[in-house]
Design a protein. Sequence first.
Length: 295
Amino acid sequence: MDIRQLKHLDALAKNGSFTKAAESLNMAQPALSQSIKRLELSLGVTLVNRGGATNKRDKRLSLTAEGAALHQHALLIIKQLKQAEAHIKSMANLTKGEVRIGVPGMLGSFYLPSRLMAFRHQYPDLKLSLFEGGTRDSLKMLSREEVDIAIITAQDLSPEFESHLLLTEQMVVALGTEHPLADETAISLEQFFEHELVMFKPGYFHREWMLSQAKSLGLNANIAFETNLINLIKQVVSQGFAITSVLEMVISERDDILAKPFKPEVYLDLHIAWKKERPISQADRAFVDFLMKNR
């Protein structure tokens, strides 16, 4: 039993004759008769009561009890098939679909908002679902397929991922204008670790990278404050309670904060990635292409 046979049965039920049903299906009557006969043989029942004829071209027929029962199932299946076809076509035409993306906190707050609004304006029928956290959180969600695409660091790339380099951003030291390091043009890691720090909680690449650097230098990182709230981090820094390291995009002219490069300079490569074994949807592909064109 296949969908074509169910459509043939539906045409018979609606038209009341093989001749009219065949015409509605744009097929030869003998072919329709053979299709219904094969369906009956495969199920081991009679589906059609082939009654008397009002004329040779129009034999009136009705469905048996088994035929009527199967027809009800056929109607549901045909309806669902049409809905599925319409759904997939709408997704292909980008009139329906969802983009699930895992993004690091700093990009979610400072890099993506304007781009998300522009993407939404271009594709108003697509739903955007953002999951914000650390780069490690984005990586875990991508591996567990809780998101379809994610922005991760170059260090997180592995053979299981397909990816594009989205942006390269400098990591800077953020400090208050009255801080002892304020007059420095660039700050070494040794100088950085001499001061109290405000840092993201575990799960953020910045924290892991800074701690790994401290360990490699045989130094201790004096973490005085821990928070994932970027605005709170800025307040702590601007009031001189601690310093931190953030992407350069986080510090604006409106902030009462200085952004100093490390010595030597440190840059972070961020990639937009998805799993190779799980092809992304048309909506996801549109979002990836949009970001790559609007970096």
